[in-house]
Design a protein around this ligand. Structure first.
Ligand code: AHM
Ligand code: MG
Length: 280
């Protein structure tokens, strides 16, 4: 496992350079989810694939930017699913973006996840990885990630990150969000799930929601490379992650690019979600 985390660290240093200095324009390719890929999405995907190709324990990779899973080492043990550059459409406005990795064994159901890692490219580059605990690392001036601290969520937070187009929200979702704001929560939403969730984790808690909408009844965020890894991080940090009715990590995708409505947060906020959604 450490070799996989080292490969992610090496890829992150290269991706950070690509973000800073290479072309931020669009390519002519459209990925499986229907997004036109940025040249940076493709470059980041290749950087990660090159690093993972050196790690013999990785059997196959599944990328948001590839239509199909790709075999790397037939005798490998792990399947690594990743979003090479999540939130990449925010590069042109110079907001923070990230890379997300789920490391699975035997299959790619939520219950097969054994480790989750993400990297935030912000004013500083940080990496969060799960072991028994959730650990925050920061890139130092020598190009090495050094441990900063363990991340633990409080039982209740103060932030409310509300995703998806509001005109497509169900009335009961709007009621839930309005009630949370009425309790005094502050809005925090950049449109990049990595920095938005990182903020909730580091500021002690709150709620991030990306619900089903009328135009996207199964939500937008992808189970394998976005939803499951963050569900794993939130649970390990003492919080919770649900689809409205049940634990996200109990879901079994039928296809590698499947999506789900998702809610990540500290326990108090997730209980509110479950209570409201149980009525519908
Ligand atoms: P991407 O993988 O194409 O970058 O899309 C995922 C991003 C998430 O980072 C973010 O939470 C979400 O899309 C924002 O979507 P919206 O603009 O609909 O709120
Ligand atoms: Mg993404």
């Amino acid at each position: 496992m450490q070799k996989i985390i080292d490969a992610i660290s090496a890829a992150a240093v290269k991706i950070k350079k690509a973000i800073e200095f290479s072309d931020t324009g669009y390519s002519e390719h459209i990925n499986k989810t229907g997004d036109t890929q940025l040249k940076l999405d493709i470059a980041s995907d290749l950087i990660i694939e090159e690093e993972f190709a050196k790690v013999s324990s990785i059997k196959s990779i599944v990328s948001e930017e590839k239509d199909e899973a790709k075999l790397l080492h037939a005798n490998g043990r792990y399947i690594v699913a990743y979003d090479p550059l999540d939130g990449s459409s925010l590069v042109d406005v110079n907001l923070s973006i990230g890379s997300i990795f789920g490391i699975y064994e035997n299959g790619t159901n939520g219950s097969d996840l054994v480790c989750a890692v993400y990297v935030v490219y912000g004013p500083r580059v940080e990496m969060v990885a799960t072991d028994k605990e959730v650990t925050l690392f920061r890139l130092n001036q020598n190009g090495k990630f050094v441990k900063i601290k363990e991340i633990k969520l409080n039982e209740k937070g103060k932030l409310n990150a509300t995703g998806a187009t509001q005109k497509g929200w169900a009335a009961y979702h709007k009621k839930l969000i309005d009630e949370i704001f009425a309790e005094g929560y502050r809005l925090r939403y950049s449109g990049g799930m990595v920095p938005d969730l990182h903020q909730i984790l580091l500021k002690g808690g709150g709620l991030f929601s990306y619900p089903a909408t009328t135009d996207a009844p199964k939500g937008k965020l992808r189970l394998l490379f976005e939803v499951f890894p963050f569900a794993f991080v939130f649970e390990k940090a003492g919080g919770a992650a649900v689809d409205g009715k049940k634990r996200l990590l109990e879901l079994k995708p039928l296809h590698i690019h499947d999506t789900s409505p998702c809610f990540f947060g500290s326990n108090t906020e997730i209980k509110k979600v479950l209570n409201e959604y149980a009525k519908h």
